[in-house]
Design a protein around this ligand. Structure first.
Ligand SMILES: *[C@@H]1O[C@H](CO)[C@@H](O)[C@H](O)[C@H]1NC(C)=O
Length: 347
């Protein structure tokens, strides 16, 4: 007991002194080693639909994992440990072609441990018909706040089925930051800023495991279920590689990897902020912070952490949808507006 307290204190001291000297650019994985599947993860479901690659000869990698959805099953894996804050990322390549109804998710959750008061941080990729782009959705739940969705949706500035791209979530006691290829795309501040409010219990605060899954979201994923998974176009395979688990395992796994970005300092640095704004302006399809139909008291009140401004508000419809991207979609493909979907609704 005494020994473990001492160890914890030493780790805390090490983390804090590192934090003092560490500049807060937290979203590049450089220097943080990827973990092999067998050291960091274990199968969750659909074992027959999971494939792991070992480079012939060295046999040392085990770092590329393919999960497939076909008529029989989806597939998924889960981290061996629960983490209390940290930086988690993966290079992800999505299936191509007709992927309506297909959902690929990379997320943190503790729903198994806390069914009524669970926390969750999501990257969800929503497939579409052939020729139509994948959409990315991010979401945040804390302490069972499932009645208060915090969805945002984006088009990606690249084809996520053509090559692998990096998706990362940094979770500290102060902020959650989602990033894509090293660019922060969404920052959720626990205590708000610029006079914005406190998320209170809605901020994820309990240890979570890391998940990667592919599954059939026919009932909701593409235009609210209008387009179902077309298994004749399958199988659908998502590839995960360069998996990073950089955090403190809450269940005895230790903090051995805490050498790079320190969790206490993981907020968006000033020089990253311009890139985040630019990315968001171009790619955001929907953000809950401007959805006055859903949160009629004005977004700032229903979701206290939202940082809104008049100029940005003009870019969105009152239901939180981007006017510009909506226009492009109408001109391009006659696509219906993206509908509200989430892992919660799929349950
Ligand atoms: C979390 O939810 C439970 C049950 O609703 C509540 O009792 C508790 O106070 C909440 N915790 C926080 C930190 O808000």
């Amino acid at each position: 007991m005494a020994a473990s307290v001492t160890t914890t204190l030493l780790l805390l001291a090490a983390t804090m002194s590192a934090a003092v000297s560490c500049v807060a650019a937290a979203f590049v994985d450089a220097g943080v080693p990827a973990v092999s599947f067998s050291s960091g993860f274990t199968m969750l479901f659909g074992e027959a639909n999971m494939a792991r690659s070992f480079s012939s000869g060295s046999g040392a990698d085990d770092e590329l994992i393919s999960i497939t959805l076909d008529r029989r099953s989806g597939s998924g894996f889960i981290s061996k440990h629960y983490y209390h804050h940290g930086h988690f990322s993966a290079d992800i390549k999505l299936p191509s072609g007709h992927t309506a109804g297909v959902v690929v998710a990379f997320y943190l959750s503790n729903a198994d441990a806390f069914p009524d008061t669970h926390d969750e941080l999501d990257f969800e990729f929503l497939g579409d018909r052939a020729g139509r782009p994948w959409r990315l959705q991010t979401n945040v739940y804390g302490n069972g706040s499932t009645s208060r969705g915090r969805e945002e949706r984006y088009l990606l500035p690249f084809d996520p089925a053509a090559a692998a791209h990096n998706f990362a979530v940094s979770w500290s006691p102060r902020a959650v930051v989602f990033s894509v290829d090293g660019v922060p795309i969404r920052e959720v501040l626990r205590h708000g800023s610029n006079g914005n409010g406190d998320m209170g219990g809605d901020y994820p605060s309990k240890p979570m495991a890391v998940y990667a899954t592919i599954w059939d979201g026919s009932t909701w994923a593409t235009e609210n279920g209008k387009y179902k998974v077309g298994y004749e176009h399958g199988p659908f395979t998502a590839q995960f590689s360069r998996l990073v688990l950089h955090g403190c395992a809450a269940d005895g796994g230790g903090c051995a990897a805490m050498a790079g970005p320190e969790t206490e300092t993981m907020t968006v640095a000033p020089w990253e902020r311009a890139a985040m704004r630019r990315w968001r302006r171009r790619q955001t399809l929907y953000t809950v912070c401007y959805d006055e139909d859903r949160y009629p008291a004005a977004a700032g009140k229903a979701l206290p952490e939202c940082e809104t401004n008049a100029a940005e508000r003009r870019m969105f419809e009152r239901w939180g949808e981007s006017k510009r991207l909506r226009q492009l979609q109408l001109q391009g493909q006659g696509q219906a507006p993206p509908l509200l979907v989430s892992l919660q609704q799929a349950d």
